[in-house]
Design a protein around this ligand. Structure first.
Ligand code: 48F
Length: 271
């Protein structure tokens, strides 16, 4: 059978549009495909939730590829090892409580497992805004990254989501978008972003988990975005906090969605 260019094009168009159509109304929209976003996508999809993850760049992985200063190894603490094992990421002990893994293997495994669990990853797409009704985030507004980069005047498309996760790393892009619309109304002590402080790895790793929370109704933060939103130091190339934060945000959202569904069932039963 001769390979046919028209069929190649048709196959790509139809398969891609199938993914787009299936993601118009999802349980969870994740903005950012770094380590935290990828773990969240995997865990939510594995639990049976519909998940779309939007990554601005061509490749997911965020700040993990480059390890520390482009030395492509990452460091992880004891508490992160079960999660690495869950994803099939190999690790080696280095010194008490410090382990290493190959950063490229880690990113590849996270992305592959997230997709195999059922999450859909859209790369080259930027979330440029959120949908709010009026005091709850209920979707994201999307455009091609090259449109954003070239400054072309092109209107975006939007999708609905029961919950949105800001997994955009240091910039906390989605939280910043919301803050601009409703200044002083974030669920942080100041009502605005508390900001990131200088490096303190140990404290930062603890705080990343503590700060993994709802930052505005319908909008959750994970990974570095949790630090930028609720405050704390940066941690450098130790990644256990990022991975465990992704797992924590997924657990929180699963609980929220389940309790909302129970309430809805009770209401329907009562009427
Ligand atoms: O920065 P990133 O890896 O976030 P993370 O999962 O992990 C942080 C660590 O990599 C590292 C660290 C800890 O050791 O300090 O920085 O919290 O990944 C964030 C991803 O979000 C994408 C961005 O391209 C990156 O891949 N992103 C940012 N803004 C948008 C976006 C946006 N508006 N739309 C789509 N993707």
């Amino acid at each position: 059978m001769e390979i046919d260019e028209r069929i190649i094009s048709q196959a790509i168009i139809e398969r891609y549009f199938e993914k787009l159509r299936n993601s118009l109304d999802v349980d969870v929209a994740i903005v950012g495909g770094g380590p935290a976003g990828l773990v969240a996508a995997h865990d939510l999809a594995r639990a049976g939730r519909s998940v779309a993850l939007y990554e601005r760049k061509l490749g997911p992985g965020g700040g993990m590829w480059g390890g520390g200063m482009l030395f492509n190894e990452i460091v992880l603490q004891d508490a992160a090892l079960p999660l690495l094992d869950d994803f099939g990421i190999r690790h080696r002990p280095f010194s008490d409580g410090h382990h290493t893994a190959d950063s490229v293997e880690a990113v590849a495994a996270l992305a592959c497992k997230a997709i195999h669990a059922g999450a859909t990853i859209f790369n080259g797409i930027t979330a440029e805004d959120v949908l709010m009704r009026p005091n709850r985030v209920m979707g994201v507004v999307l455009n091609w990254t090259p449109v954003e980069m070239t400054g072309m005047h092109v209107d975006p498309l939007a999708v609905h989501a029961s919950c949105v996760i800001d997994a955009t790393g240091h910039d906390a892009t989605v939280v910043n978008l919301v803050r601009k619309k409703v200044p002083g109304q974030l669920l942080t002590p100041s009502g605005n972003l508390e900001g990131e402080q200088s490096m303190w790895a140990d404290r930062a790793e603890t705080l990343t988990l503590e700060n993994t929370r709802e930052a505005f109704p319908g909008l959750y933060v994970t990974g570095m975005s949790a630090i930028a939103t609720f405050g704390g130091p940066r941690m450098g190339p130790i990644f256990g906090g990022m991975l465990m934060s992704g797992r924590k945000v997924a657990e929180m959202i699963l609980q929220t969605l389940t309790s909302r569904e129970k309430v809805r069932c009770q209401e329907n039963g009562a009427t």
